[in-house]
Ligand binder design. Sequence first.
Ligand code: FES
Length: 125
Amino acid sequence: MSREPSDELNCDDIPFTSVARVGDIPSGEGRTFSVSDRLVAVFFDGTSYSAIDDLCPHMGASLGSGPLVDGTVTCPWHAWRFRLCDGAWCDNTKLKVDIFEVRVVADAITVRVPPVQPIELPGPS
Ligand code: FES
């Protein structure tokens, strides 16, 4: 379910996409943006920005609307908590949501979002 940005093939070929301006995301909150056919939650902790997959793996709530406290976002539906540093679910760190690189260029908040990789299913035996 989760991949680190460095795990992506040819990640350097994926451009950064501008999603918002500095000041658009209040401290302690997130906002959700559509990038490369994915929903991405971008958070501001008062100092820096972080981006994760917006889709909660439990039942699909938008993580971008959850509160951010001490580097952890809480899902607004059933309170699962995810670390922004690595996307890990706090109750079982083996489960992770994708994280994405964020850069601020001038006053633009930009994210690098690889396209969703197709899942390969085993063929019939
Ligand atoms: S949908 Fe996120 S915890 Fe249930």
